[in-house]
Ligand binder design. Sequence first.
Ligand code: GLN
Length: 542
Amino acid sequence: MTRFIFITGGVVSSLGKGLASAALGAVLQARGYKVRLRKLDPYLNVDPGTMSPYQHGECYVTDDGAETDLDLGHYERFTGVASRQSDNITTGRIYSNILAKERRGDYLGATVQVIPHVTDGIKEFVTNDLGDTDFLLCEVGGTVGDIESLPFLEAIRQLGNELGRERACFVHLTLVPWIASAGELKTKPTQHSVQELQSVGIRCDILLCRSEHEIPASARKKIALFCNLREEAVIPALNARTIYEVPIAYHREGFDREVLRHFGLPQPEPDLSRWAHIVKRITEPEGEVNIAIVGKYTNLLDAYKSLAEALAHGGVANNVRVNLNWIESELFEGIEPAFSALDDADAILVPGGFGERGAEGKIRAVRYAREKKVPYFGICFGMQMACIEAARNLVGLQRASTTEFGPTPEPVVGLLTEWTRGNSLERRGAGDNLGGTMRLGAYECDLVSGSRVAEIYGASRIQERHRHRYEVNVNYKTQLERAGLRFSGMSPDGQLPEIVEIPDHPWFVGVQFHPELKSKPFDPHPLFASFVKAALVQSRLV
Ligand code: GLN
């Protein structure tokens, strides 16, 4: 029987609700329970695929090809449970489904309304596809009090009523701010937020209080009194040294105990050793490496959330701290490219990206890494730029480019309109909608035996997640291989280049997929572990 834990947020946004949900999932899992996490997003986009990562952070892609909120990345990194399309829904998707049904006439003349049609759609999503999960943790995006999230709150209120207290628990995350001039923590915003939640009929069972200061017993007591809770159900959530310490901190504060107590479930001791090990490696590293990430959007770290985490995991694997230096690629454009910005880089990475702006700078960064023999990792766009660089400077095709930037006489990277996935054929056209039409989700890739990547993975066939519209053009394979670029990973039908590497280089790998999406702190992705190791070797050379 699945039990439901609903997580709402109050007072302000950006309190880390996604992380809190993920970390609670991890502790319950450490107690031996099976968990799944889901997110309800109140915005009107059908999915975050069309949203700027600059506004919304990265778009996280699942194995089954869903473009989802970045919080699903936290869920996977903390629990190792692969997210699915059925784990993230937006108001836009719910309305789009309802409107399609309405147009088909499926409502048989009924008036279509927020209650019950929208709320039923939400409830169906929350309770669907659960298998033998013990706990479904369901995060409601936005902040209590927003107009947008009202239908979601109404739906979980109804669910709470239908399921009963034995199967539903409401956790509310708030802020307890420190007012410096008064030298005091203030509990009023939390009280108001709990009242706001009550005004839509939800009585919270556990309150999680984010604070930058230790919450004294007196404040905890006051919050409990005014919010109608037992003191033990008011859980302090202070800043941790690393996000991976949060599961341990929650357990110390009794968060998981309160959840299990609420449901009247047994409380087997959790095994948190995996988290203790990770925290030790992150807080007491034995060395450090500097990695330059050359891209766009570099002033918004959330745009590359999974990438930053995967690099940290590579650090955990090698017991070193990984310092990330985010560099705007446009620095390397023009007649005086500022390559001195790469002086202290032990390795260079060009991540995924879209559009022409900054692309020349990325291509130049690839050339720098290739010629100076600095370890290079190109991910998706970073692989495409590596192929264009090799075509221009190794093969001599000066006009090599990608059709993403417009028509080109040498389409080393181009739009493919048909490709196979397993046994089926996928199609897309140049004029298709932008939303949901890229090559998305997990695809198989065969590794060439004896290649660097075959050794790194220790496998001959792998599966990685994709999110891109353009492909390296297989018609240039022979020329590029003759010039020194090895196509070490191909789609099983041999049509789509998935990995390129330069054998005659300390570490030069470009991958068409996004390996960062599958890396976990307790299971660092082999490519990131190997890349950080190469950076470490490089740091000892200079
Ligand atoms: N813009 C490129 C494409 O669509 C690369 C996308 C990416 O890096 N995720 O193919």
